[in-house]
Write a protein that binds this ligand. Structure first.
Ligand code: PGA
Length: 251
């Protein structure tokens, strides 16, 4: 891993956590991060929107960062049930995941939607984590790299720089399945992503590329050591403080 790019270990709690359990998880992660005293990596947790404020309070002073899992593209308005990037920031978030494959599938989010959400994150002073990744059918038909390129070109806003954007590569078929690509496949995808980004942003070499999809304590070491991997976006394994901290330690 290129040490010039500070690794980011991000936990995506998805639609999991009522207050009591979430507080235990947040304080457990915060205690572990504080104990470790890492200055060479960043640890982020993205709880459900209902808990962003409480988790932000709970991790205060530990160094743990807090993010949202999605935002609306607009600042405010008649969008029942939606949450703006400004609202996430107001609740204590510094980051927001946009374009996760579950939202692309469940909510029909397109690359254009994702791009507008990333722009909304900037407007609110948040760092967007733009997610991309191929389906199993796309991989099996040899279209992985082309799909990633299309998603990047559609989802990354004009004006992006390494300081203003994180990209997460999450093969859809690896999310929540216990399956992962080989280390060589991860490295090849990440090298391709960085190559495509070179045509889109001025300092692509400094941008952080996360791998996501069935990352756990036992495979984090090898996945995080793959070329061009600068951290992980972790779902299931981020719901246990010890497991998540083990991944952060591996970074
Ligand atoms: P997983 O999810 O770690 O449970 O596979 C990753 C993600 O969806 O971000």
């Amino acid at each position: 891993m290129a040490r010039s790019r500070r690794p980011l270990i991000a936990g995506n709690w998805k639609m999991n956590g009522l207050r009591a359990d979430a507080m235990n998880l947040a304080t457990g992660v915060a205690a572990g991060v504080k104990r470790a005293g890492w200055t060479d990596r960043e640890v982020l947790v993205c709880p459900p929107a209902t808990l962003v404020m409480a988790v932000s309070e709970a991790v205060k002073g530990s160094g743990v960062l807090v993010g949202g899992q999605n935002c609306h593209a607009s600042v405010s308005g008649a969008h029942t049930g939606d949450i703006s990037a400004e609202m996430l920031g107001d609740a204590g978030a510094s980051h927001v995941i946009v374009g996760h494959s579950e939202r692309r599938t469940d909510c029909g989010e397109t690359d254009t939607d994702v791009r507008h959400k990333a722009e909304a994150a900037w407007r609110a002073g948040l760092l967007p984590i733009v997610c991309i990744g191929e389906t199993l059918a796309e991989r099996e038909s040899g279209r992985t790299l082309a799909v990633l390129e299309t998603q990047l070109k559609g989802s990354v806003p004009a004006g992006a720089t390494a300081a203003k954007l994180v990209v997460a590569y999450e093969p859809v078929w690896a999310i929540g399945t216990g399956k992962t690509p080989s280390v060589a496949e991860v490295a090849a995808a990440h090298a391709h992503i960085r190559r495509v980004l070179t045509g889109l942003i001025p300092d692509a070499g400094a941008l952080r590329l996360l791998y996501g999809g069935s990352v756990k304590g036992s495979n984090a070491g090898e996945l995080l050591a793959a070329g061009d991997v600068d951290g992980a976006l972790v779902g299931g394994a981020s719901l246990k403080a010890d497991e998540f901290l083990a991944i952060a330690k591996a970074a």
